[in-house]
Design a protein around this ligand. Structure first.
Ligand code: CA
Length: 696
């Protein structure tokens, strides 16, 4: 008997070992760099080059007309979806609201596992800045890496979703957040953070060991207080480009997006953020370039040591960060083969750099841009227009702080030689008259030290999909779009470009001509970029549907006109194929919240003004919308009974104690009763004033 038990135990161990080693392919850098693997989508931009180009051709210009929904997965608890899914060996991985990671069978949409990092439990009792969405995941070895709003980086077992390690990348008391996808390379995983506008922050990126979660290295983007000593010679060099007591403002530069690993040259590139505060007159009063704000910085992937940088906006003062995707390609420029790096940051110029050296090769405007006339190729510097730094009073500047291009990834198709670039045409009026050198940013109240509002729009469209030729630096074709904030793009060897729009249309375009060859109405705005993959010789296209991100929240007027009101439409993952015949439940019609009237409520205008100030000070508008007009990412407070007089107790619970933290509403423990009353007067004033609003 003893023998048989022994053999049975051995047999079980053998079975277990076979099952685990046989199913988990260990992903390495060669795999992630392999452009010819058409079945998987192994990294944020598909491969290390971040081109979002797939060699798949089954769905092409001719066949795409037959494309229909193959399967769908409803995500009723989710809000804004901005994530790029990964596909590995027939399993799809993606991030939803509150950083929940799901693995689904990519053939059927069946959920295989789900990991909830329990963000609400982590942050209860702490203030929070920023956003509850996240743009994606990273895969390496047998692991999936995910980051959380509150600053944790986590490693999950790819097969089971089991948490293998979790590490804090910043303290819970810091006014920082993470919305970016981690980037894994060479046994390390990199993450940055956002928060430039949320307090006096000093940006940095950190690399952790993929196996242990131990910190491998950290690179600071701006120098700290010289009295504390600089971390290294690079920070000493950067400090020479700053003036005044910049460290009291943090400096900013936060890297919330854009990490590219160059497997060929073994270099890491990070896109860096704008200054904290925006207004350089206060941040660095005697000017200076303020390194490494608004730059592409090349780092040694093993040590994090500085290699080179190219700064797109020296002495930045308009929120023109360079946190937009960094795409690598081999280009032929004037007969010369170039290892190129392509970058289209907020500032409206399309840059081509030689990534061996960081030398600027060309830069041209791809959108309405008036802060600079051109980029001087001899010096590599922009030539600014007089008055652009709002030194002469109010100034209308293109692009707006939303940028001419934001985090919506561009794709590059080596067959057409074109970049497919989601473009935004908005301007802003800047004025800084009400700020002086006494101004200080307060953690979780933040500020920019300059006032801005959306400027007049000279076009009848504010969004555009452009096919951009990076060699000639010219537009080849264009699809004007009435609204800005369309999704990132996907391009394929099938001669197609895919993109979702804020109006809910998901379209395929002929990659050479821009002709619309297929459209599906998802019934809800799309902000997440589509991907494609194949299983058993069949090609699929997937996209997450759920209007999301900064513009969607109502930071500026516009989004509310789309009618994607909070809690009305079902967020979902849609997957298409050529023989897809799945019917998707119809979405409700666009909905416009109706402001509620509290009978007999007399608005005290002084209190309402105080409430309006609190609404700005605590950044309530960042989710609930400027003027309390929600863009759909959070409830429209004018239409909420929560601000009725009789709801004092429940309102305290939500605002002060964080009772809706599970929905992403942070708690404000020091908000007084008097302040809550002032907020009520503000919300009632806005609700009563706008009851006759008509979006038609
Ligand atoms: Ca910013």
């Amino acid at each position: 008997m003893k023998h048989s038990i022994h053999y049975f135990a051995l047999f079980s161990i053998w079975l277990f070992a076979t099952a685990s080693s046989g199913q988990t392919r260990l992903i390495n850098d060669k795999d992630i760099a392999d452009e010819t693997n058409s079945e998987d989508w192994l990294a944020y931009g598909r491969t290390h080059n971040e081109q979002r180009y797939s060699p798949l051709t089954q769905i092409n210009q001719k066949s795409v007309a037959k494309m229909g929904v193959d399967w769908h997965l409803d995500l009723p608890g989710d809000v804004g979806l901005v994530s790029t899914p990964l596909v590995i060996d027939g399993v799809m991985y993606f991030t939803g609201s509150m950083n929940i990671v799901r693995a689904v069978d990519a053939l059927t949409g069946t959920v295989l596992w789900q990991h909830d990092p329990k963000v609400a439990e982590e942050v209860v009792g702490h203030k929070r800045a920023g956003w509850v969405h996240n743009r994606g995941l990273s895969a390496y070895g047998n692991k999936i890496f995910a980051a959380t709003w509150d600053g944790r980086l986590q490693a999950l077992d790819r097969n089971s979703g089991k948490l293998l390690w979790s590490t804090r990348t910043f303290g819970l008391e810091e006014p920082l957040y993470i919305t970016g996808a981690p980037k894994a390379f060479k046994g390390k995983v990199l993450i940055g953070n956002g928060g430039t506008e949320a307090g006096p922050t000093r940006g940095y990126v950190s690399a952790y060991d993929t196996e242990t979660g131990e910190l491998a290295w950290r690179f600071y983007i701006v120098p700290g207080n010289p009295e504390d000593g600089f971390e290294d010679e690079t920070m000493e060099m950067a400090a020479e480009t700053w003036s005044g007591n910049w460290w009291e403002h943090g400096g900013g530069g936060n890297a919330w997006h854009a990490f590219t690993y160059d497997e060929e040259l073994d270099q890491l590139y990070i896109g860096t953020g704008n200054g904290s505060p925006w207004n350089q007159k206060l941040r660095s009063p005697d000017g200076g370039d303020n390194l490494f704000l608004c730059s592409v910085v090349a780092l040694d992937p093993d040590t994090g040591e500085y290699l080179w940088h190219y700064q797109t906006v020296p002495g930045e003062t308009w929120d023109y960060n360079s946190n937009m995707d960094i795409v690598l390609a081999d280009l032929t420029l004037e007969g010369r083969d170039v290892k190129a790096l392509m970058h289209a940051p907020k500032n409206g110029f399309f840059y081509v750099l030689d990534r061996l050296t960081g030398a600027l090769l060309s830069a041209e405007k791809f959108a309405d841009t008036n802060w600079a006339t051109h980029i001087d190729l001899a010096t590599g510097r922009p030539v600014e227009r007089q008055g652009a730094r709002y030194e002469d009073g109010s100034e209308n500047i293109f692009p707006s702080p939303f940028g001419a291009h934001s985090w919506h990834a561009m794709s590059y198709n080596p067959k057409t030689g074109l970049v497919y670039l989601p473009t935004i045409h908005l301007s802003a009026d800047f004025i800084d008259e009400s700020y002086n050198t006494q101004w200080r940013s307060v953690a979780f109240e933040g500020g920019t030290a300059v006032d801005w509002s959306q400027g007049a729009d000279p076009r009848d469209y504010s969004g555009e999909l452009q096919a951009w030729d990076p060699v000639t630096q010219q537009k080849r074709w264009s699809v004007p779009q009435s609204d800005p904030w369309a999704s990132g793009t996907l391009t394929t060897a099938g001669g197609l470009v895919f993109q979702g729009e804020a109006n809910g249309h998901f379209s395929a375009y002929d990659a050479s001509s821009g002709e619309t060859v297929w459209t599906f109405d998802a019934g809800l705005g799309i902000s997440a970029p589509p991907i494609t993959y194949a299983i058993d010789g069949k090609q699929y296209v997937s996209v997450l549907v759920g209007y999301g991100g900064g513009y969607a929240s109502g930071l500026t007027p516009g989004s509310e006109r789309l009618g994607w009101a909070y809690g009305v439409h079902t967020r979902r993952l849609l997957t298409f194929s050529l023989d897809g015949k799945n019917s998707v439940p119809q979405q409700p019609a666009p909905h416009y919240p109706e402001p509620l009237i509290e009978a007999d409520f007399a608005v005290n205008n002084n209190l309402a003004e105080k409430g309006a100030g609190l609404f700005i000070q605590h950044a309530c508008y960042a989710c609930h919308g400027l003027g309390a007009i929600s863009g759909g990412m959070a409830p429209d407070l004018r239409a909420s009974a929560m601000f009725f007089s009789e709801m004092t107790q429940p309102l305290r619970g939500i605002v002060r104690e964080g009772k809706r933290l599970d929905r992403g509403m942070p708690g404000y423990p020091d908000m007084s009763d008097a302040e809550l009353v002032a907020l009520r007067h503000y919300i009632r004033r806005e609700a009563h004033a706008q009851t006759d609003i008509n979006w038609e």
